[in-house]
Design a protein around this ligand. Structure first.
Ligand code: NAP
Length: 244
């Protein structure tokens, strides 16, 4: 049995590709959003740490795990490494390349974490910020940016009160370039804050920022003690799985 740790476009695409070939799999989702939009067997919710995942692998006779979680879902990825090690299960990490590899002549500021991102934005003196760092980290930018206009775009609202002067934009990608351009123009955005999520689905904001002359602050990916088998695309993951 194949277990896909998902919550990403890549996880869903891999599940659909296996499904269309009649290969059995379980797709696991954290359950943060509704509507998983996928065929096949889907399970939802945490496993209960690495021990819970190791027990699940044994109970379901999982022979290979594909960790296709988001590049910033670092807890789940670390849990997958230790659970697979403990249960003696093969682990393939499917991680899309970061935006770091893209050539750019823009004003980009790379930072290690959200605290550094907040202080960088504050020091740049930019006043109108598009904040796209996800529900869990949105409020990390308060109080550093409480005196700015912040348009916080999230798929799911954060828990807690937003500072006065901030606005929430509930929206889920993919985002089209023309829509991103409109946001930068209508809201006079002069700074974009993002994680290095990589991929094409959310990269239009980088182009829109460059066109608008906005600064871009990018939170780097963390380095995790990873599995030996690492692939960057669904196609590569699929060929490893089909090769057995
Ligand atoms: P995380 O911090 O790495 O994981 C927190 C806990 O959530 C894990 O310890 C695990 O609970 C559970 N979990 C996470 N992914 C799971 C999965 N695919 N199946 C079952 N349980 C899962 O993860 P996160 O950053 O909160 O992300 C949650 C989900 O959203 C992930 O599936 C990820 O791919 C997706 N996502 C994340 C981001 C992001 O920026 N972080 C963006 C887009 C999508 P237990 O310890 O109880 O097993």
């Amino acid at each position: 049995m194949i277990l896909i740790l998902g919550g990403t476009f890549e996880g869903r695409t891999l599940a659909e590709a296996l499904d269309s070939r009649g290969v059995a799999f379980i797709l696991s989702l954290a359950g943060r959003t509704d509507d998983p939009l996928v065929a096949g067997r889907v399970r939802t919710g945490g496993f209960g740490g690495p021990e819970g995942l190791a027990a699940f692998l044994r109970a379901e006779h999982v022979g290979v795990v594909v960790d296709a979680t988001h590049p910033f879902a670092t807890t789940m990825s670390a849990n997958a490494v230790s659970a697979c090690r403990e249960a003696g299960v093969r682990l393939i990490r499917l991680e899309r390349p970061g935006w770091a590899d893209e050539p750019s002549a823009r004003e980009w500021h790379w930072v290690d974490d959200h605290a550094q991102a907040a202080s960088t934005v504050a020091s740049l003196g930019r006043r109108r910020i598009l904040l796209t760092v996800g529900r869990q980290h949105t409020l990390d930018y308060s109080p550093a940016l409480d005196d700015r206009f912040v348009l916080a775009r999230v798929a799911v609202p954060p828990e807690g009160e937003l500072p006065i002067g901030w606005r929430l934009l509930i929206s889920r990608g993919p985002f089209a370039l023309d829509d991103e351009r409109r946001i930068f123009a209508d809201e006079a955005i002069d700074c974009l804050v993002t994680k290095d999520s990589g991929g094409a689905h959310t990269s239009a904001k980088l182009t829109a920022a460059a066109e608008a002359g906005a600064a871009v602050v990018v939170v780097r990916r963390g380095v995790t003690d990873g599995p030996l088998e690492q692939v960057a695309s669904v196609e590569e993951a699929l060929s490893l799985l089909l090769a057995g």
